[in-house]
Design a protein around this ligand. Structure first.
Ligand code: KIV
Length: 269
């Protein structure tokens, strides 16, 4: 099984791969494909739960999906993405919510959309044995303040991110996601800290890359500009389902092979 120590050893030596999954069947595919880290992202809000954004996602929803993903994963590190307001307001509530993901659902670590308010919490969680992945740059739970545009284009904001990266490393975070920031800033942060950086829309010089599963396989209706489609699963699913509908409507499915008869009941029909 991949551990947080393994990821730290990989940093700078071989690229770390991270991908989201939200259910056991998908987690099996992701895990068998050799992905190092499976993130049960709160992106489930838009990706699979039909919400406009991630804000409505609840702790119970994340817990249920983390349990499913953990049951479908053998080798990868499973990271639970803590949803909006489940952390950061009250320390004991934050510890309880994060701890639940490891204690009850089988996650190996949690991810927190980070800022000045998560430095002490990161230290507390790490002290308690809960590994924390930090997340800076575009943090979608702050969409009402930032929108979805690239963050830290200016020097002041870039310096804030660099400082926060160092502070979260010092607080005990084991890795850092950098989302939708300039590639040269991501490269500088990667250089400045020892823990692995995992980029999304942050260029090729991070220690690893993360994307959302539905974007990667081509299942999402819309994808962010920095994502890449490596398949066309949406079309394939639509084709398969249409063929099923046609087969049922035309009577070509099911055939005699899809069920068996009981000889004892032959006189009934
Ligand atoms: O929720 C999520 O999937 C994420 C990744 C995009 C980093 O936070």
């Amino acid at each position: 099984m991949t551990t947080v120590r393994d990821l730290q050893t990989m940093a700078g030596e071989e690229p770390i791969t991270m991908l989201t999954a939200y259910d056991a069947a998908t987690a099996e595919i992701v895990d068998e494909s050799g992905v190092d880290v499976v993130l049960v992202g709160d992106s489930m809000g838009n990706a699979v739960l039909g919400h406009e954004n991630t804000l409505p996602v609840t702790v119970d929803e994340v817990a249920s999906h983390v349990g499913a993903v953990a049951r479908g994963t053998e080798d990868a590190l499973v990271v639970a993405d803590m949803p909006f307001l489940s952390f950061g307001a009250d320390e004991s509530e934050s510890v309880k919510n994060c701890g639940r993901m490891l204690k009850e659902e089988g996650a190996n670590a949690v991810k927190l959309e980070s800022g000045p308010h998560t430095i002490e919490l990161t230290e507390r969680l790490a002290d308690l044995g809960i590994p924390v992945m930090a997340h800076l740059g575009l943090t979608p739970q702050s969409v009402n303040q930032t929108g979805y545009t690239q963050q830290a284009d200016g020097r002041e904001e870039a310096e804030t991110i660099l400082d926060l990266a160092r502070e979260h490393e010092a607080a005990g975070a084991f890795a850092l996601v950098l989302e939708h920031v300039p590639a040269n800033l991501a490269a500088q942060v990667t250089e400045a800290i020892d823990i692995p950086t995992i980029g999304i829309g942050a260029g090729g010089q991070c220690d690893g890359q993360v994307l959302v599963f539905t974007d990667v396989v081509g299942m999402a209706e819309r994808s962010p500009p920095f994502a890449e489609q490596f398949g066309d699963v949406r079309s394939e699913m639509r084709e398969a389902v249409s063929e099923y509908v046609d087969a049922v409507e035309s009577g070509s499915f099911p055939t005699a092979d899809h069920a068996s008869r009981s000889e004892e009941l032959d006189d009934l029909y």
